[in-house]
Design a protein around this ligand. Structure first.
Ligand code: SF4
Ligand code: SF4
Ligand code: SF4
Length: 95
């Protein structure tokens, strides 16, 4: 079963990311969204939004799927479908 404590706000997992493994990135959760990729823009907005809504990832948010999610997570095709599947997996487990 998936360990949801490592799932990031946008639905990723940093554990096996090559950038984390070689020390280029501390990881999203560990860095509280202030990863090198987003440092110049003041931190990851997805991470910040989930924090504001007190949820681990967007699929668990009461506003999901909010109007801004496809733009906010623009690099993921079918973000709503992916996030819905992740949410269903979360609730299907003992979470
Ligand atoms: S920093 Fe933002 S985009 Fe990167 S994994 Fe975390 S939530 Fe996703
Ligand atoms: S936040 Fe860093 S460790 Fe996590 S997926 Fe992005 S680059 Fe990899
Ligand atoms: S679903 Fe929308 S409002 Fe909720 S945390 Fe994600 S981006 Fe923010």
């Amino acid at each position: 079963m998936r360990d949801f404590t490592t799932v990031t706000a946008c639905g990723e997992c940093c554990t096996c990311c090559p950038k984390k493994l070689d020390g280029r990135c501390p990881g999203c959760i560990e860095a509280d969204g202030m990863v090198p990729e987003w440092a110049e823009s003041g931190g990851c907005k997805v991470h910040a939004c989930c924090k504001r809504h007190n949820v681990q990832f967007c699929g668990l948010c009461s506003e999901f799927p909010c109007a801004g999610i496809t733009e906010l997570i623009h690099w993921k095709e079918n973000v709503v479908e992916q996030m819905t599947a992740l949410r269903d997996e979360y609730y299907a487990g003992d979470n």
